[in-house]
Design a protein around this ligand. Structure first.
Ligand SMILES: NC(=O)c1ccc[n+]([C@@H]2O[C@H](COP(=O)([O-])OP(=O)(O)OC[C@H]3O[C@@H](n4cnc5c(N)ncnc54)[C@H](OP(=O)(O)O)[C@@H]3O)[C@@H](O)[C@H]2O)c1
Length: 270
């Protein structure tokens, strides 16, 4: 973790789940953390916890809906005004929507695209010029194993994550000569608030759903550790959990016409 010494790290979606865990694992190493989310009360509690444990660390909190362009620009201006140069950006904020596309609520679908795709892309675009000033820098985009296959019943979510993995891979190639690494973290199921947020009214199966795949579940601690290690080793993508990584590797070798049939057959279980 020496790699992270002296870094100023901005984490979106730091009020819960993987985002809060990134903050906890980085806190002993980095110089400063900038924690962003809508629930400022939670960010305050996390800031107090981390500063109590690590007196050398500076923790800034910023309340914003990253799905809103004005609020993203407000965040960028606030960073500028405070002369805060981010050299490690963790685009973690995101959410899903579980259920048939035809029954989906448009506001939730649009919000998901705004956060999972537009905010992630815009924050990279806005912060990149200052990231390239100081030499080495890193971007970690939290994608999903859902990015590798179409996902019936989470169709838009899977598509947003396919975008994230593809963008990350392409930017990793573009930015490497400038000393900036880009990594896509592609977890399978992780017990966080994700499944509660993804559930629609009356969907009581959402949380039980990931529990039905125990072999592929990793903890938030394991997923975050895998992501931070992948950044250190300049890996363009990482799937936490050896069993899931092997399963995805094998599944990607299967001809897509067969994958499509399997997904069609098991779509009600996804
Ligand atoms: N858990 C899984 O099984 C899993 C698997 C693969 C990938 N992922 C990905 O991992 C990432 C983190 O999810 P998680 O599992 O930690 O879920 P989580 O516990 O629900 O946390 C999601 C975080 O995103 C933030 N967020 C959501 N919408 C936001 C917005 N409009 N503006 C600012 N922040 C927003 C939330 O903060 P506020 O509500 O306070 O704003 C929260 O801090 C997501 O990108 C998710 O797609 C999760």
């Amino acid at each position: 973790m020496k790699f992270y010494e002296g870094c100023t790290t901005l984490i979106t979606g730091a009020s819960a789940g993987l985002g809060a865990e990134f903050a906890r694992q980085l806190a002993p190493h980095v110089q400063a953390l900038v924690l962003v989310a809508r629930r400022v009360d939670r960010l305050e509690v996390l800031r107090d916890e981390l500063q109590g444990l690590h007196p050398q660390l500076t923790v800034y909190i910023y309340g914003a809906d990253v799905g809103n362009e004005d609020q993203r620009l407000g965040l960028a201006s606030w960073l500028d005004a405070g002369n805060l140069k981010v050299d490690f950006l963790i685009n973690n904020a995101g959410f899903g929507d579980r259920g048939a596309f035809e029954d989906s609520d448009w506001e939730k679908v649009r919000g998901m695209i705004d956060v999972n795709i537009t905010a992630l892309t815009h924050l990279i675009h806005v912060l990149l010029p200052s990231m390239t000033e100081g030499g080495r820098a890193a971007i970690l985009n939290v994608s999903s194993v859902a990015s590798f296959f179409p996902l019936p019943n989470m169709a838009v979510y899977g598509a947003t994550k396919a975008y994230v993995t593809s963008l990350s891979e392409a930017l990793a190639m573009e930015l490497r000569p400038r000393g900036i690494t880009v990594t896509a973290l592609c977890p399978g199921p992780v017990p966080t608030e994700f499944f509660t947020v993804a559930a629609r009214a009356g969907d009581e199966d959402s949380v039980a759903h990931y529990q039905s795949m125990p072999a592929f579940v990793v903890t938030a601690q394991q997923a975050v550790r895998a992501g931070l290690e992948a950044v250190i080793h300049d890996r363009a993508r990482v799937i936490p959990g050896p069993l899931l990584a092997i399963a995805v590797g094998v599944a990607l070798l299967v001809p897509f016409c067969l994958t499509r049939e399997i997904l069609r057959t098991f779509r009600s279980k996804l």
